[in-house]
Design a protein around this ligand. Structure first.
Ligand code: ADP
Ligand code: MG
Length: 343
C-alpha cells in the first residue's frame, strides 16, 4: 500500500463547456479515509473514475506511491490498479450463498483451496458476517447485503477502496447503521478509502479528511474538525455544518477568529468600514446574553433536546441559535456571539 497522489488532474470531456475536473490536486495517505464532498455535478464521480482507471485525465497525473497510474499519455487499465469500487447499487448473485459471493473475485483470479477459504473468512469477519457464510442474499437485510458487497470488494486486499455515494438511496435509519459499518470497515481493514458524497454530515461523520469540491475544483482539504472550525471561503462555510454567514462593511484588519468583545466592537462600528467581510457564526456560539445584541426570534423548530431558532438581528440579517429553554416566535432574544470566523 502507498499514498494516492492526484497531481493537477483535469478532465475535459470535449463537450464545449467547462472541464468536469479542473487542475485538482490531493493526497490520500495510506490507510486514510478521504471524503470527496460537493454538490451534484461538481465532478466527484469523474475524479473517482479517473482514480479507478475508467477515465483518463486530460492533464495532470495520478500516482500510487512511486507508481504512475495515469497521465494524459499513459493509462494503466483498471484491473492492474488493485483497487475496488463500490457503487450505489451493489449486485449480489442470488443463487450463490454469502461465502461464494464474497469469494467470487478470488475464483476469477484462480485462487483456491485453503488460501481461498482463509481470505473469505477474513473478509466476512471484517464486516461481522462470519456466521452468515451459508445464507442466501435473499435471507439478509439490506444492511447485511451491503456488508456482503463490502466484504467482496475487500477479499482481494485492494490498495484503495473507492465508494461512490453508496448510501444515497437508503432511509435514514439504515444510513446511520451503514455509516457505522463503513467506519468500522475502514478501521478493521486498514484500506485507503475515497468516499464520494454530497451529504456533508456523512462526510464529517466518516472521513479522516474531507475534500470540498465545486465546479471541478478543490476548494479545501482538511480533517472534519478543521473544515468545520476554519472553512476557507463562503462556499465551504455554507456547505459544511450549520450556521449563518453575516456580511458587513467592517474596518480593515478583521482577525480570522473573532471573539465576543471584538465582535461587539465590530458590530457597533460596522457602518462606514472599508471592506466587506463575510463572517460565519455557528449556532452553538450564539448564546443568550441580556447585555448582548438585541435579536428577535423569527422561527423555532423543536428538536427534542433543544429548540433550533432563526433570529433576526437589528439590521435584518439572520442568525441561527439553539436554546434549551422554551422560546416562541416573536420573543426578544438578546445574544452574545462567543466566537465567529471570517471567511
Ligand atoms: P458528480 O459526481 O459530482 O455529480 P460528475 O463527475 O458525474 O459529477 O460530472 C461532472 C460534470 O461532468 C457534469 O457536468 C457532467 O455532466 C459531466 N460529465 C460526466 N461524465 C461525462 C461524460 N462521460 N461525457 C461528458 N460529460 C460528462
Ligand atoms: Mg456522481
Amino acid at each position: 500500500m502507498a499514498k494516492l497522489i492526484l497531481n493537477h488532474i483535469s478532465k475535459d470531456f470535449g463537450t464545449g463547456g467547462r472541464a468536469a475536473v479542473n487542475a485538482l490536486s490531493l493526497d490520500v495517505r495510506e490507510g486514510g479515509f478521504l471524503a470527496l464532498l460537493g454538490p451534484s455535478g461538481c465532478g466527484k464521480t469523474t475524479v473517482l473514475r479517473m482514480i479507478a482507471g475508467f477515465e483518463q485525465p486530460t492533464d495532470g497525473s495520478i500516482h500510487l506511491g512511486e507508481r504512475l497510474l495515469a497521465d494524459a499519455a499513459n493509462m494503466l487499465p483498471p484491473e492492474r490498479r488493485n483497487m475496488a469500487m463500490v457503487f450505489q447499487s451493489y449486485a449480489l448473485w442470488p443463487h450463490m450463498n454469502v461465502a461464494d459471493n464474497v469469494g467470487y473475485p478470488l475464483k476469477v483470479r484462480g485462487i483456491s483451496g485453503e488460501r481461498y477459504r482463509e481470505k473469505v473468512r477474513e473478509a466476512l469477519a471484517t464486516v461481522r458476517l462470519g456466521d452468515y457464510a451459508e445464507r442466501r442474499p435473499a435471507d439478509l437485510s439490506g444492511g447485511q447485503r451491503q456488508r456482503v458487497a463490502l466484504a467482496r470488494c475487500l477479499v482481494t486486499s485492494p490498495d484503495v477502496v473507492l465508494l461512490d455515494e453508496p448510501l444515497a438511496n437508503l432511509d435514514r435509519h439504515l444510513k446511520k447503521e451503514m455509516e457505522e459499518t463503513f467506519r468500522e470497515f475502514h478501521q478493521r481493514s486498514g484500506a485507503t478509502m475515497v468516499y464520494v458524497t454530497h451529504d456533508q454530515s456523512e462526510a464529517m461523520a466518516l472521513a479522516t479528511d474531507v475534500a470540498v469540491m465545486s465546479e471541478g475544483r478543490l476548494l479545501q482539504m482538511a480533517p472534519p474538525a478543521e473544515i468545520y472550525a476554519r472553512p476557507e471561503g463562503k462556499m465551504v462555510g455554507g456547505l459544511v455544518g450549520q450556521g449563518a454567514i453575516l456580511s458587513f462593511a467592517f474596518p480593515d484588519g478583521v482577525p480570522r477568529r473573532v471573539d465576543w468583545p471584538s465582535f461587539r466592537g465590530l458590530w457597533e462600528n460596522r457602518v462606514g468600514g472599508s471592506g466587506n467581510a463575510d463572517i460565519l457564526v455557528r449556532p452553538e456560539d450564539v448564546v443568550a446574553d441580556a447585555e448582548g445584541i438585541s435579536c428577535r426570534v423569527d422561527s423555532v423548530l423543536y428538536e427534542g433536546e433543544r429548540y433550533a431558532m432563526r433570529l433576526s438581528m437589528p439590521d435584518g440579517q439572520l442568525l441561527r441559535a439553539y436554546s434549551r429553554e422554551a422560546v416562541a416566535t416573536g420573543d426578544d432574544y438578546p445574544v452574545a456571539i462567543r466566537s465567529a470566523w471570517r471567511l
